[in-house]
Design a protein around this ligand. Structure first.
Ligand code: SN0
Length: 313
């Protein structure tokens, strides 16, 4: 694997899930793979799970890790080619990425979308500039349009809990006070399609995702109909893609409750976290035995470990 920014970088998704499960079964058995190698983690945005689980994964592989919050501790970076840098940006990505590449064998980058400029966000300007100017492999720690480490984790967690060959998986929009990226939902769809899962997406009108990610996945605007027969309910808020970055108030309450979970086929509840309790999901669901959220977060380590070992090999 030369980079990890989307499912398209993975030759064999089933094998990658197996690699993660192998790491999970024997997390410290791979200490030699990363000997004398350094992982650099660069954050433009907050992170809890991604930061800690990726560090842990790297250490399980014997790597050393450096991480940096670029907004607070780095120079402000310029990403435009040919820019006249006479304003607030002190360092160009050309030097930045080239220099970091000399210190690190793999670079991880977290960069959220602006949610104001759809074209720039969906061109992945920041991540692609890192890839272009770095001389070592780049992994996405969530970019403007995708969160591949999360989606790999979700697939691993589904594989561990599925009772049938092709379980019904429902990606359900849920309310949120803030405008959030489409990244987790885009990525989840892409990975479920790649793994040939039976995916349905449900959301209020106006929250349609980009067809580039969801392809011909069925959309059901009636949350109740969508939930019928579901084995997994994957919940996530996202802001509008078409009315870019906007919040459109739906007519009914889309929060996940025990009453709604009862419409399903005893489905598991999934969310990538962090989650707003009693806005996205009611306590009764998040605290129930059907909630996989803490187990998902645990699998973040093994997803990262599988990706890092594939890049190092
Ligand atoms: C991020 C997102 O992409 O939706 C990261 C998820 C892994 N989530 C948030 O920014 C939530 C922030 C909040 O205020 O609840």
């Amino acid at each position: 694997m030369k980079q990890f920014v989307s499912v398209n970088d993975v030759k064999n998704v089933t094998q990658l899930v197996q690699d993660a499960l192998d790491s999970k079964a024997n997390p410290f058995g791979e200490k030699k793979i990363g000997q004398n190698k350094t992982l650099g983690l660069l954050f433009f945005n907050p992170s809890l799970r991604t930061r800690l689980s990726t560090q842990k994964a790297a250490k399980n592989l014997g790597m050393s890790v450096m991480s940096m919050d670029l907004n607070t501790h780095g120079w402000r970076l310029e990403f435009e080619d040919g820019a006249i840098m006479n304003s607030d940006k002190a360092e160009h990505i050309k030097e930045g990425a080239a220099v970091i590449s000399q210190y690190c064998d793999i670079i991880g980058v977290r960069t959220f979308p602006s949610l104001t400029d759809q074209e720039k966000d969906y061109q992945e300007t920041i991540l692609s500039q890192f890839i272009k100017h770095a001389s070592v492999p780049v992994i996405s720690l969530e970019s403007a349009t995708r969160h591949p480490l999360q989606s790999l984790t979700d697939l691993i967690t589904i594989k561990e809990h599925q009772k049938t060959n092709r379980p019904k998986i429902v990606l359900s929009w849920a309310p949120h006070p803030k405008a959030l990226p489409q990244a987790v939902a885009n990525s989840f769809s892409e990975w479920m399609i790649a793994a040939d899962m039976d995916l349905t997406i449900t959301h209020p009108k106006g929250y349609e995702l980009s067809p580039d990610f969801i392809k011909n996945t069925p959309i059901e605007y009636d949350q109740k109909k969508a939930f019928e027969g579901a084995d997994f309910i994957y919940t996530k808020n996202w802001s509008s893609f078409n009315d870019y970055g906007k919040i459109i108030q739906p007519k009914s309450n889309w929060m996940i409750t025990a009453e709604k979970m009862a419409w399903t086929h005893e489905a598991y509840f999934m969310h990538c976290l962090p989650v707003r309790r009693n806005v996205v999901v009611a306590d009764e669901v998040l605290d129930s035995e059907k909630s996989l959220t803490i187990k998902q977060a645990n699998n973040r380590t093994y997803a990262a470990q599988a990706v890092l070992k594939n890049i190092l090999k």
